[in-house]
Design a protein around this ligand. Structure first.
Ligand SMILES: [Zn+2]
Length: 439
């Protein structure tokens, strides 16, 4: 699964995540106080003043980090006034340089819409859209962010770990792994010029980026400018994500030299459109794709409930309230206090916490119904159909299904793993998903 991440300050990024299926069942429930996820959870919750309605399309990762599917990202924001066709016609009479200048002020979604208006606007908007810091999509991405839970996982063979259930180190030398890493980045993102390696683990305020990132950046290809993004805990438990680069000259191997270059960056992620789904492997991958989309919305429900409670008490009024945990004495007096307290303590799951305020009840009921429908239609239904086609052990159906799946894994470049089909994570996950014990 890959996420394309964009930053609110218009610095873009791509995040490659590798989550196992069972992660979906252990998301925010296990958030400890002041977890690394807190800072990102807070980004997903608006604590006022509120100028827009609750975002019922909110998607977040299992860490509570907000992400936006591509189809929502390029959806134009509704505006109260519409420009008539005749007014737009006048735009075409402008000199070409002026047209280009006007279009250069457009954001990603607007550029995307312009690309669909006419061949003339497409010519203007297309190069800007794909070079825009707000848009980085695989082959067109110029700025990419690669995410690791912890930097040390660079040396881990996650596919082997998936099969054995234990941490498995890759047998290659570090420099070979790093060379492969950059080769893959350049293969997948041939236009990448700026790459950020990002870590989700929480580090102390005084910690520099980990040595693994130093090794990666030191071997960065000359055509790419590389940086490291880490999460740090500062005074008063404030968490912040910081961006670092190696000082000039340090790429030759000099010790030291990390420079902090943007201590205030926050980020937003965009889910790229999926690649083509074809054949039996594609059918299985499509279920995974929908599975995560459903999970991203399901994980967002807790955050929407917290924000709904904030709005209920502090949007256009000021009604302080007691925490819903009967054993907690805290009284929430100001906007934002409930969000911090709920995330830190988990008390939003107590008492009335998980019950939406009356004004939002119908919307939450509708969201719940929608998620249930999505899950059945896009995940459970197709998976059940696939299990039926898998048949019983020793049956002809099983033989045919296995053969077709393995044949595609071996021969279809779209799903190439560079290793025998039976040793791939896709085959492992498929076999596990077909096992009725895992239903
Ligand atoms: Zn409390």
């Amino acid at each position: 699964m890959a996420l394309v991440g964009l930053l609110k300050n218009r610095t873009p990024s791509l995040v490659a995540l590798q989550n196992s299926v069972e992660d979906v069942n252990t998301p925010l429930k296990r958030s400890p106080p002041l977890s690394p996820s807190m800072v990102r959870v807070l980004c997903a919750i608006h604590t006022g003043p509120w100028t827009r309605p609750l975002n019922w399309d909110l998607h977040v990762t299992h860490d509570g980090e907000p992400c936006v599917p591509f189809f929502l990202y390029v959806q134009p924001t509704p505006t109260p006034t519409r420009t008539s066709c005749s007014q737009f016609q006048k735009f075409r009479d402008f000199p070409a340089e002026l047209q280009l200048h006007v279009v250069s002020f457009c954001d990603g979604p607007t550029l995307f819409q312009l690309m669909r208006v006419s061949s003339a606007t497409r010519t203007l908007a297309k190069p800007l859209f794909w070079s825009c810091p707000d848009a980085c999509f695989l082959a067109y991405a110029e700025q990419v962010e690669v995410c690791f839970d912890g930097a040390k996982y660079i040396w881990h063979d996650w596919e082997a770990g998936l099969r054995t259930g234990a941490a498995v180190m890759r047998p290659q030398r570090a420099e070979d792994l790093v060379r492969d890493f950059w080769r893959t980045v350049q293969h997948r993102f041939p236009r990448a010029t700026r790459v950020t390696v990002r870590e989700s683990w929480l580090r102390k305020a005084t910690d520099p980026p980990p040595d693994e990132f130093r090794i990666l950046i030191q071997q960065c290809p000359a055509s790419i400018s590389a940086s490291a993004s880490i999460l740090q805990q500062g005074v008063d438990y404030q968490l912040e994500r910081s961006l670092w680069r190696l000082a000039p000259g340090d790429t030759t191997g000099t010790i030291g030299g990390w420079e902090r270059i943007d201590p205030s960056r926050t980020r937003q992620s965009i889910l790229p459109p999926p690649k083509e789904f074809r054949g039996p492997v594609g059918a299985f991958e499509r279920i995974h794709y929908h599975f995560y989309h459903h999970a991203f919305r399901k994980w967002a429900v807790r955050l929407l409930l917290i924000e709904a409670r904030e709005r209920h008490h502090f949007d256009g009024r000021h009604e302080s309230f007691h925490c819903f945990d009967p054993n907690c004495e805290v009284r929430l007096q100001q906007p934002g206090e409930w969000t911090l307290h709920a995330i830190n303590s988990g008390h939003d799951s107590k008492g009335e916490g998980p019950i939406p305020p009356e004004q939002y009840k119908a919307s939450f009921d509708q969201l719940k119904k929608q998620l249930k429908c999505m899950e059945q239609q896009d995940v459970h239904g197709p998976m059940e159909k696939m299990r039926q086609a898998w048949g019983d052990e020793g049956s002809e159906e099983r033989h045919n299904a296995e053969r077709a799946f393995l044949h595609q894994l071996e021969n279809d470049p779209l799903y190439a793993h560079g290793k025998p089909a039976k040793e791939t994570s896709t085959w492992f996950l498929y076999e596990r998903a077909m096992d009725p014990d895992n239903c």
